[in-house]
Design a protein around this ligand. Structure first.
Ligand SMILES: Cc1cc2nc3c(=O)[nH]c(=O)nc-3n(C[C@H](O)[C@H](O)[C@H](O)COP(=O)(O)OP(=O)(O)OC[C@H]3O[C@@H](n4cnc5c(N)ncnc54)[C@H](O)[C@@H]3O)c2cc1C
Length: 452
């Protein structure tokens, strides 16, 4: 036998003594919520995180009703309600038409959670850690994933810390290590898709924007200076303004441009503001060519990345984690064969390409629409949704489509996307599928007019 085969056999003997059932790489929101859900399935979980602490940046700040459902079932909602801000309205602003359309989330009363939750993803991760630790999840900061070897019964991962390198043996390895995932890289697979020709700027500012006609979540649609304005933390009046810029503009001058040209189109003249942080990032629409390779799985941004307009990225990632934890729990109880993990990969890819991607593209199109006739039509369609609760409900429930197929009869999440009296096949893209929604709604209105 040569040295390599010797080494593999040596490692195989050792794999019988697992250090942990599941090694999760990355303690972002998807990693920690995945670990918590796995621990609730009675699996032993270790998380390694290369940073010395949770990265202190709010990044994704809004959670829609389908994500709130998951957070509730994980047992986080009571604590969250104490620390998060609650949003009751979502508005679409069409400043050049001098129109604002608002949908009240109370139209979801009795169907789903009738509000949005607003909290930085770092705070959500910290709360997740508190709950996961109570269930015995081991969280190791300052530990960087380097590589893995998939052996017959599990995975041997090489990890590096300040003292050097060591191995962790686990039955499963989950890469939740974000957009530049090392786990994905070591799987040697493609990250298919495209990069948008724009750069996004996420400006966190302190201002009293509720006093200036803003709802908790706002889409600002106009050819120039379009974006989203969202409350992050009501107690400190912290808001996010996220807007796009041409990717060719000098990245070094983003703060200058914000002060000179970009702040005021979003912040009314009468409102004082103070910049907290200003970050820029490129937008991609990409997914890994598989989310499973043997005992190695991907979830969250490690598996797929999207334009953040509409908040579909993190929400989709959280649902990857929920479904995956349920499947690994069922496999550990011998209720499912490991082949179901291929279905996980196929279904989560389908959700990304058939739900997230068209939704994200349409959201970007609507806010940046340059054709004034189409812009007018988008505004009219928004008004139809704002004035007609039946249509409004369908727009608001779009995030439930991120749940996808929960893949097994007894899934913990089997009822998550069933909403009494609502045909989920009729749920529209978030701001999109304008044409169908608009035509159907206007035909309903015409029908009412002719019958009355
Ligand atoms: C500035 C900004 C603003 C954003 N705004 C929004 C928004 O408004 N709405 C929205 O939906 N999305 C937004 N996003 C995207 C959103 O933040 C991501 O979808 C979300 O962070 C994904 O969570 P995650 O847990 O999968 O990955 P991440 O949050 O990226 O977490 C990955 C973790 O893995 C760790 N890690 C990486 N490599 C290793 C390694 N080799 N070993 C150990 N640990 C490792 C990292 O340190 C990190 O803690 C934004 C992103 C950015 C950058």
């Amino acid at each position: 036998m040569n040295r390599k085969t010797d080494l593999v056999n040596f490692k195989k003997e050792f794999i019988m003594n697992y250090d942990t059932d599941v090694l999760v790489v990355g303690c972002g929101p998807v990693g920690i919520l995945c670990a918590l859900a796995l621990a609730q399935e009675n699996l032993k979980v270790t998380i390694i995180e290369m940073s010395p602490e949770i990265i202190p940046a709010p990044r994704a700040p809004v959670y829609f009703p389908s994500t709130i459902y998951a957070l509730d079932k994980l047992g986080l909602l009571t604590d969250l309600e104490n620390i998060a801000s609650v949003g009751k309205q979502i508005s679409q602003h069409f400043p050049i038409l001098n129109k604002k359309v608002t949908i009240n989330l109370n139209i979801l009363e009795g169907l789903s959670y009738p509000y949005t939750l607003h909290i930085g993803q770092d705070k959500l991760a910290e709360l997740g850690i508190k709950h996961a630790k109570k269930l015995g999840v081991e969280i190791q900061f300052g530990q960087k994933f380097i590589n893995f070897e998939d052996v017959e019964d599990g995975v041997i991962s090489t990890v590096e810390n300040a003292e050097g390198r060591f191995d962790i043996r686990s039955k499963w390895l989950i890469g939740t290590d974000g957009a530049s995932s090392s786990v994905r890289e070591k799987m040697n697979i493609h990250f298919d898709g495209m990069t948008w020709p724009i750069r996004f700027v996420a400006a966190n500012i302190h201002a009293k924007l509720y006093d200036h006609g803003y709802s908790a979540t706002n889409f600002i649609a106009r050819p120039e200076h379009n974006g989203v304005v969202v409350i992050i933390d009501e107690k400190t009046d912290l808001w996010r303004i996220a807007y796009s810029e041409n990717a060719d503009l000098d990245p070094e001058k983003v703060a200058e441009r914000f002060e000179e040209n970009c702040a005021r189109p979003f912040i009314p003249e009468g409102a004082q503001y103070k910049i907290s942080t200003l970050r820029q990032y490129r937008l991609h629409q990409r997914a890994a060519s598989t989310f499973r390779q043997g005992h190695v799985l991907l979830a969250g941004d490690a598996a797929h990345i999207t334009s953040p307009i509409g908040g579909l990225g993190l929400s989709g990632g959280i649902w990857d984690a929920m479904i995956l934890a349920d499947l690994l729990g069922a496999i550990s109880r011998n209720e499912e064969s490991i082949d179901i993990l291929d279905k996980y990969s196929e279904e989560r890819q389908r959700v990304f390409w058939e739900v997230v991607t068209p939704g994200a593209k349409e959201n970007l199109r609507v806010i940046g629409e340059k054709n004034i006739d189409q812009h007018q039509l988008d505004c009219e369609a928004a008004q139809v949704a704002g004035n007609n609760p039946e249509i409004g409900v369908r727009v608001l429930l779009f995030s439930h489509k991120l749940i996808g197929d929960t893949l097994r009869k007894n899934s913990r999440w089997k009822d998550a996307s069933k909403i009494k009296g609502v045909d989920m096949n009729k749920i529209d893209a978030q701001m999109g599928d304008i044409k169908n929604r608009f035509e159907e709604a206007t035909s309903q209105i015409k029908l009412k007019e002719t019958t009355s």
